[in-house]
Write a protein that binds this ligand. Structure first.
Ligand code: NAP
Length: 307
């Protein structure tokens, strides 16, 4: 089997050792892993889209799987030349990073850390977490882990997904009709949806108006989930009290973007959760083993749904 690492040459020194070790642990020949190969010989690709990597999959005629290093696959899923099964990244290290980012920023918001005076004694204690409902938009790998971590801290968590779900510790809602009920109760909204045609502008002028005045937003999902003009207007009017944004329609966020200077916006530079080579390599190796043993692949992307 020839396995091509097609995620950018500069990543090869970071990924080679963990991938080879994980392949050996999975009983695979790590000699099959390579940075260069004749496309016609490649049977699996470890892939991340960037300027160096192929975006025409046609020459990879023997390739049986494309294994994404990233959880979000919006830049690959619409590629018409990609006819092979596509698997996205579900990495315990990435999930843990997202849980830490989301709980950290929800607690920061909940405790009013940004509004504490540095010069005056203003003893206004925050409510308890139990009095601060959180909406978790997206109940996949990351939304579920983050929602359950917040529930463990005492926050009432209202979850929202495309299809009906039953997730312990989370009050689940789904479909367009479920969104309003979730947002009407939420004092903090966390968005962990994939970027698809259906999720674009999930938070827009109308849906933002359903929130209780002063609610906060934490978006580590994707920039397309939010109508930026509507959010800026809601921030200016006070309808939204604060937004912590990790992801944007254009990245890096342009220096003249209104978000940088807005007093009610915290910008983080797409650092909420990284794929971690030590743990992610094991996920890749398990899928390569499944491919060799003709078993179903894990984390297959539903091409029609786009995630
Ligand atoms: P996932 O497991 O695929 O879960 C996606 C969730 O979104 C599912 O619950 C799904 O509903 C829901 N959803 C999709 N379309 C919907 C719609 N139209 N209406 C309502 N709900 C919808 O994805 P994940 O692993 O949790 O990751 C979520 C996203 O996080 C990724 O796609 C990526 O964009 C982002 N991310 C960001 C970073 C960062 O550093 N900022 C890092 C990693 C990932 P169902 O359950 O019904 O399918």
């Amino acid at each position: 089997m020839t396995i091509l690492f097609a995620a950018g040459d500069w990543r090869w020194p970071i990924w080679e050792a963990p991938l080879r070790a994980a392949m050996r642990d999975a009983g695979l020949d790590d000699g099959a892993l390579t940075l260069r190969a004749d496309p016609a010989t490649v049977e699996a690709m470890i892939y991340a889209p960037n300027a160096e990597t192929p975006d025409d999959f046609t020459p990879y005629s023997r390739c049986k799987a494309v294994l994404s290093l990233w959880a979000g696959v919006e830049r690959i899923v619409t590629n018409r030349t990609l006819t092979q099964p596509l698997c996205r990244m579900v990495d315990p290290g990435l999930t843990q990073g997202m849980v830490e980012y989301v709980t950290g920023h929800v607690l920061r918001t909940h405790l009013g850390m940004d509004t504490l005076s540095r010069t005056r004694w203003q003893p206004v204690p925050p409510p308890l977490a139990a009095e601060r409902p959180v909406a978790m938009l997206g109940l996949g790998t990351l939304g579920t882990a983050c929602g359950q971590a917040l529930a463990c801290l005492g926050f009432p968590v209202l979850g929202w997904s495309r299809r009906a779900k039953d997730v312990p510790m989370i009050e689940c809602h789904h479909g367009r009709e479920g969104l309003r009920g979730v947002l009407e109760q939420a004092q903090i909204v966390v968005t962990l949806l994939p970027a698809t045609a259906d999720t674009e502008n999930t938070l827009n002028a109308e849906t933002l108006s359903w929130l209780p005045a002063g609610a906060a937003i934490v978006n580590p999902g994707r920039g397309t989930l939010i109508d930026d003009a509507a959010l800026l207007e809601a921030l200016d009017s006070g309808q939204v009290g604060h937004a912590t944004l990790d992801v944007f329609r254009i990245e890096p966020l342009p220096q003249d973007h209104a978000y940088w200077a807005h007093p009610r916006v915290t910008v983080t530079p797409h650092i909420a959760a990284e794929t971690r080579p030590a743990t992610a390599a094991q996920v890749i190796a398990e899928n390569l083993r499944r491919l060799r043993d003709h078993e179903p692949l894990l984390h297959r992307v539903d091409r029609a749904a786009g995630y």
